[in-house]
Ligand binder design. Sequence first.
Ligand code: NAD
Ligand code: DAU
Length: 340
Amino acid sequence: MVERKTLLVTGGCGFIGSNFIHYILTHYPTYRIINLDKLTYCGNLDNLCEVAHQPNLIFVKGDIADREKVKGILHDERIDCIVNFAAESHVDRSIEDPDLFLRTNILGTQVLLEGAREAAVPLFIQISTDEVYGSLGSTGAFTEATPLKPNSPYAASKTAADLLVRAYIKTYGIAAIITRCSNNYGPYQFPEKLLPLMISNAMEDRELPVYGDGLNVRDWIYVEDHCRALDTVLHHGNGGEIYNIGGASERTNIEVVRTILEVLGKPESLIRFVMDRPGHDRRYAMDFSKLNKKLDWKPKMTFEEGIKRTISWYIDHQEWWQRIKTGEYLKYYERMYGNR
Ligand code: NAD
Ligand code: DAU
């Protein structure tokens, strides 16, 4: 028998959420997806224009912190799993103005958990981040047992959400899974994050603002590998578990920026070292051996291949990011980088 599931995907108009929707519609064409998204500055219906016509993809504009809206969806639909991507996701914006991060990332998650409890939704997947673990020295990697030590308002809000998920598992017995992934890159990433910012700036021959000494390390994962990990967890993961997801591709920021310039054939003179991010985490690295050993997942994309594909995508989709880099975005850019 063909399996049919109905997923409530929140934040499906953002970077990872839209990639996940594309992935699920490709690999599970019989599934239905309800996409609940508030369409913040980062939410973009263009990210789903190729699949928007499909009858099994339903878009609902709304806020995950809106109890009535969430209750209504869970009352009207028999949801098999909630996959919660919706969040304020940019660390620099959380330093500028933390309030919205608390409302969406913490309260919003609690509203969804409460809805899941009331409607007895069989599975809840919370999309969390390696940033909940804080920062590493030059060696070692985060495991699922690493103590939580978030350093930015964004990371603190994601940690609080993880703890609420834990509390709902322990107190109410809901079946929930937390996934913690490292830095994603790939198509449809909003050009405030390192890779799309640097790629699009380089294409426009603008300066590339590198924070501090450029030696902070991130573990880069191609977004499709993340989606495949979530597919694995959705179909084979165990309720109550936490799974780390990583790319096994540690790079310093300056290495990443130099690679982008090399692939685009642009000069290193575009690099400008600017004032560091306050509380800037030095290094992230993920030990994802649990997901590898228990559920046989590992990343497939090398960084060298993934970055070339990503750059090609931004070359082929200039209209997509040029439309974003106007109006409100330009004001943000001036606030963030003008006097840095
Ligand atoms: P994004 O900012 O690109 O997208 C977030 C989406 O959520 C947008 O479509 C936005 O409109 C929507 N949204 C925001 N507030 C909402 C609300 N109150 N109600 C409904 N929708 C709302 O983010 P992303 O980079 O795709 O990240 C998705 C999730 O993955 C986040 O939870 C983030 O913490 C987590 N994560 C991201 C990364 C990464 O490298 N980008 C890594 C690990 C984990
Ligand atoms: O690790 C997972 C996290 O990765 C996710 O939880 C977050 O949602 C996501 O935004 C990302 O957070 P980072 O802070 O690591 O990503 P960002 O792209 O903002 O920055 C990556 C690195 O590049 C970081 O060390 C800061 C640096 N940087 C960033 C920008 C925007 C610069 O040097 N210059 C810049 O202009």
